[in-house]
Design a binder for this molecule. Sequence first.
Ligand SMILES: Nc1ncnc2c1ncn2[C@@H]1O[C@H](COP(=O)(O)OP(=O)(O)OP(=O)(O)O)[C@@H](O)[C@H]1O
Length: 296
Amino acid sequence: MRYGDKVAVDRLSFEVARGTITAVLGPNGAGKTTTLETCEGYRKPQGGSVRVLGLDPQRDRRALLPRIGVMLQSGGAWSGVRAKEMLDHVARLHSHPLDTGMLYERLGLGDCGSTPYRRLSGGQQQRLGLAMALVGRPELVFVDEPTAGMDPMARRTTWELLEELRADGVTVVLTTHHMDEAERLSDLVHIIDHGRVIASGTPRELTSSRKEATLRMVLPVLSAHAHDELSGILGDQLEVTLLDDAVHVSSPADGATLAAVARWYEHHEVLPVSLTLGQRTLEDVFLELTGREITP
Ligand SMILES: Nc1ncnc2c1ncn2[C@@H]1O[C@H](COP(=O)(O)OP(=O)(O)OP(=O)(O)O)[C@@H](O)[C@H]1O
């Protein structure tokens, strides 16, 4: 897929098994939305081939559309339409829709049914978008950043809903910038960058490919001298970032490095704000592979 000279999706290839949740991760501009929109039939690829439920999203669009649900990254409803009217309208387009009242309650939209779409909060618009994607009982749903802007309660409800869909045999393809979301939900993760798949696997496979755990420390300040000393102990994979006025340090570590760090603290008679040792997270893997932070 190109936009002018810009190659947005470049020989990207993956398959999604039925009844699974697949997450497509990647930094901003990696080509995630373009990939999904191509699968949904909204964009015609200039090369390659796409099959969704065995159908060509362009040629077989009429046969495919009733079988898939799509939650766009934003929008999808008229600005003045009331939330309930919109969902009822979408429900009427399907032959066997879900009960809209049930979906409304489930997604915590019960008290904003008569609110115009443009007046809904960002999180409420997301929830309505999800309801619109699910109301037609799709076999396959594409959800583009489903929980962006949602509060923690709504995120949890969304996760539970997506897990229930999978338990019912529905296939889910999602993009997200929340690594915890991908880690919790997905059977398979594809990390993409510059329009290509750069790593694929289950969250466990991706996070356990190295033996060491990751050491994370938060410090109030870190002088240049202290930074050099810590680099000497932790080696060249040390990452230091300033976040919320605190210094966040992370590095692969084994027992010996942990002991050396403890001695360093003892020597300097200081304590970190926090210090944890744990498995690598998907976020660590993402940063290593793309060299970029995830910006929600
Ligand atoms: N309609 C368009 N016209 C021109 N360029 C576009 C268009 N849509 C996307 N692009 C470019 O194509 C690339 C891929 O964009 P895409 O939206 O697919 O990325 P993404 O991974 O979904 O990003 P994000 O995480 O920010 O949503 C980007 O460089 C983007 O600027």
